[in-house]
Structure formats: C-alpha cells, structure tokens
Design a protein around this ligand. Structure first.
Ligand code: MSP
Length: 512
C-alpha cells in the first residue's frame, strides 16, 4: 500500500529578535506543501518552532537585560503568534527548551557517544555566533580590520576550548554514496552540486560541544559542556515525533521526514551534518532537503544585524495576508533569491488577484444571479470548446501532482495563471449575454465557467486558503480531504442556487 503520511518541517527559528519576512517565507512555503498534500488525501504532519539555545540567544537575552529563558518565552511567543497571522496549518510548534526535546537530544548524544562517534579533544579556530558555525581559515576574510565569514559576512571570533568532536570525516564516503543513491535528497540541483563538492573537498571532524558558556543542553556524560546548538536544534525534527520512543505512532508514521524546507544559508547543516549524525546513530536520514533562496531587501539578505528588516505584519496590515502569500509564492521564483517591493506587490494584487481571479469570480456569479436567478442548471450540453478547458485539468492532473512533489512551485503557479487567462478568455469569447435565447447554451457556458472557477480555486487553496474558502461558498462546498481529485470531475457542482460572495480582492488605486 502506498504510504499516505507526509512529514514536512520549517527550520526552527532563532528567537533572538522578532520574526521577519524571511522567516515568514519559509513557513508559507512549507504551508503550501502541507495544504496541497492534505488536499491530496495525505495525513500530513507540519512542524515549525524555535531554536532557543546557544551563544547567540544567550547574548541577545543579555543585551535585553533578561534571563535567556524569559527572553525566549517572550520572543518564541511572537513566532507562535505569527503562525496564526500567516494562517499556517502546522500541527505542532516545538521549542528546544521543552523537556520532550531535551530528552530526545540527550538520547542522540548518548547513542553517538556509545557508538564511539564522539571523542573529547580541543577546538581552536573561528566561530561565528551569529551563524552558530565553525569556520576554517579558507572561509574567513578580513574586512576593515575585522575577520568575517566570506559567505555570510558574519563576524567571527577566535575560540580555543576543550570540546567534544563528532567523527564527521569518517562519514565522507558514506555521505557521497548516500547523495548518489538519493539523487533528489538535496534540491535544487544547483545547491546539491555545491554540497557534494564541499563533501568531496574533505570533511573535518566537527566540534559538537561548547564549554565557555552554559545556555544549552548539558552533555549527558559531562555537565561542564553544553551540546553544540546545531546538534541540539536538528534533533527537533525527531523530538516532535516523540523520539526516542520509536514505538510511538507519530514516529512510526512520520519518520523519516519527507521534506525539510530551509533557506540556502543552512544547507550544510541539513544536508551534511544532519544525515551524518543520523547515519551514525543508525536512524534513517530525511528524504529531502530543499534550500530555497533569500528574500532580499535591496540586494542584501534581510537580517537583524544588517538592520534591513521587512516586517510581514506591516505588509499584512496594509495589503492582507493572501496577497502576501500569493506574492511570495508566485513572484519569488522558488529556489532563487527574490525581492519584495510594495510596487510589485500592488501590481500583483491588481493584475493577478483582483483582475484575473477576483473579477472572474464576480463576473460569472453576478451574471448567473442577474440572468438565471442564481440557479445552476444541469440542463447542459458540453461541446469541445467547453470540454477542452476541462481537459486541461484532467490531462495535466499527474503533472500538477508531480510539480508539487518535485517542489516545482514555479510551474505549478504558471499552470494556474494560464488557467485563469483561459477561463477569462472563455467567458469573454462565449459572450453568454448574447445567448439568452438559447437556454441550453447559456446554461452550459455558465456551468462551465463556474466549474472552471471551482477547479482553479482548488489549486489556489494551498496558496490563498482564506480566499479559496470564501470562493467555495459560491457552491456551498467545504474543503475536505481528497478534494484535489475532484478537479478531474466535471459534474461535481450540484444544481441549485449559487451564493453571492464578497469582492475577493480590492484593486489598489495608483496615482501615477
Ligand atoms: N535556528 C536556525 C535553524 C535551525 S533548523 C534545525 C536558523 N534560524 S534563523 O532564524 O536564523 O533562520 C532560519 C531560516 O529562516 C533560514 O534558513 C531561512 O529558511 C529563513 N530566512 C531567514 N532569513 C531569510 C531571508 N532573508 N530570506 C529567506 N529566508 C530566510 O538558522
């Protein structure tokens, strides 16, 4: 039997400052996949949360004059609130300061140590607190007398301390074989190539504990050390499934994860360290890691330290949530970096959402209301012009599912945009207002147009769920599991009355 469970995760975010657009982006993308798979009949577990240990958080708390946990409680709550604001359909929200997570992380440590995968030595080298990452000399440059990481641009400091090491070097060949055997483990392919060359370039053992500060999960066998925050954080994906209880239903159903959605900045941790830890602990690695691009502010990654933050809540207050979700999914080419500007967002609302979609829904329903007393008649006779449009959905059904399973969001949304154009063109070309004398043809055109609205709305649901639910009120249809299949059914709408719906998207007046 086909496995109908699907486990998708976002990165767990550092609660060092309030969430910004970059965080919202990862979560919205994961929500798109979660909602699509549910609509396809999958039992989906969608996880997000906050990554609360380590020096970065400890310092941020100090700067704010707070104890680390009190500080995390406060900021983690803003991330939790954002899940509501963004209408995320997550099943759980994990915090790494929770007991369930500490237990799971300690368990991983114990296994690795027992298996001889961890040894005590001394670390001396560069460390970036902002990235919580160790860097080699080659990865460092000097700018204005300060050392920083060449890629992230984050400041680094010299660290010399006793540390436990994970025998990462030992896993080099196994990892390369794993990438070969699982050619779609890392997507997009361009990023996969970067990771593979990094691993082929030779892996050094990885420092996995810190001794010079206390804010972390103590190493179970030596409480002078805390676990390296990335080993701690990555384990969250298991903790939420009640690991180490491998008999637990959640763990049995959902591990290994189907998809970790992450930003390209943290690919190395997810595509190299994480599978290595898991392989060493005899746990199956996840099936896929997708490293998306950045939301840029100007031409730079948005980050607190650069002071160029775009606040998703401000945008939502001005333009609404679904326009933002639609924009991020359509206008940021998935896999690449993208920009968000109010001008582009306004254009997108006006042309795609208000004109192409909203207006189509309004025109067809108003026409039906005025000319047919809001009655959907099944006294219809479909001809090729109607059926051709329906078959766009039936013939492409497998392709649509494949787009999603390959994380090809760009093709998915292009398909929708094409269908919206086609539906609008159909309604214009058929000129139903001239067919009042031919009842059957009139019924057919209106029925077809409504049916096209229903089909495209189902595909839009994972992107703009609130709006799609409003649209479905036309037909008195609630979204339920398995309703993706119904786009192949052309006689799904029942006869009866359609409901009026409010204007879905208001056009933004521009004074230029
Ligand atoms: N805590 C780690 C992740 C641990 S996962 C086991 C972390 N947190 S973070 O808060 O700094 O960022 C997490 C993620 O937010 C990034 O990987 C990325 O997915 C997203 N983004 C943060 N800034 C971003 C942009 N400017 N643009 C797009 N996404 C970015 O790293």
């Amino acid at each position: 039997m086909q496995n109908k469970n699907y486990y998708i995760t976002t990165p767990i975010y550092y609660p060092s400052a309030k969430p910004h657009m970059g965080h919202a982006y990862s979560s919205i993308i994961a929500d798109f996949f979660a909602r699509f798979k549910r609509m396809q009949g999958y039992n989906v577990f969608y996880l997000t949360g906050t990554d609360e240990h380590g020096q970065k958080i400890e310092r941020a708390a100090k700067e704010n004059g707070k104890e680390p946990l009190a500080f995390c409680d406060e900021i983690s709550q803003t991330f939790k609130d954002l899940t509501q604001t963004l209408n995320l359909s997550n099943n759980d929200f994990i915090r790494t300061t929770e007991e369930r997570h500490k237990k799971s992380a300690k368990n991983i440590w114990n296994i690795l140590e027992k298996k001889g995968e961890i040894y005590l030595s001394k670390y001396s080298g560069w460390y970036s607190v902002s990235d919580e990452a160790f860097y080699t000399d080659d990865e460092i440059e000097e700018v204005n007398g300060l050392k920083q990481c060449k890629i992230s641009g984050s400041k680094v400091e010299w660290v010399e301390e006793e540390s436990y090491f994970f025998k990462l070097s030992k896993w080099e060949k196994t990892l390369i074989k794993f990438y070969e055997d699982n050619p779609h483990f890392i997507l997009p392919i361009s990023r996969k190539n970067e990771v593979v060359s990094f691993v082929k370039g030779g892996l050094k053992d990885l420092s996995v504990s810190r001794k010079s500060f206390k804010w972390g999960i103590p190493v179970p066998t030596n409480n002078q050390h805390v676990m390296y925050v990335w080993l701690d954080a990555l384990t969250n994906y298991l903790s939420a499934l009640n690991y180490p209880n491998e008999k637990d239903e959640l763990y049995k159903n959902f591990w290994p994860a189907d998809l970790h959605v992450i930003g390209k900045d943290i690919l190395r941790f997810h595509a190299v360290y994480w599978p290595a830890f898991l392989l060493a602990a005899d746990i199956k690695p996840p099936k896929r890691v997708y490293g998306h691009g950045w939301i840029l502010s100007g031409d730079q990654k948005m980050s607190k330290s650069k002071g160029n933050i775009l606040d998703p809540i401000e945008i939502i207050n001005t333009y609404g949530l679904d326009p933002l979700r639609y924009y991020l999914i359509k206008e940021v080419s998935f896999g690449n970096d993208g920009n968000i500007s109010e001008e582009k967002l306004e254009n997108c609302i006006n042309s795609d959402l208000a004109n192409n979609y909203g207006n189509l829904c309004q025109r067809v329903t108003s026409f039906c209301e005025k000319n047919m007393n809001s009655e959907i008649s099944k006294d219809v006779n479909f001809v090729d012009e109607d059926l051709n449009l329906f078959s766009n959905y039936t013939d492409n059904f497998t392709k649509i599912v494949e787009y999603v399973d390959k994380q090809d969001i760009n093709s998915y949304i292009n398909f929708i945009v094409d269908q919206l154009f086609a539906a609008n063109k159909y309604f214009n070309d058929q000129e139903p207002w001239k067919k009042k004398g031919d009842k059957k043809r009139l019924n057919t055109i209106v029925y077809t147009s409504l049916e096209l609205i229903r089909k495209v709305t189902i595909l839009l649901y994972p992107i703009i769920p609130n709006t799609a639910q409003k649209t479905m009120k036309i037909f008195n249809i609630e979204f339920e599991k398995n309703n993706l299949e119904t786009i192949k059914n052309n006689t799904f709408i029942n006869s009866g009355k359609i409901n009026k719906i409010p204007i879905l998207f208001k056009k933004i007046e521009k004074n230029d």
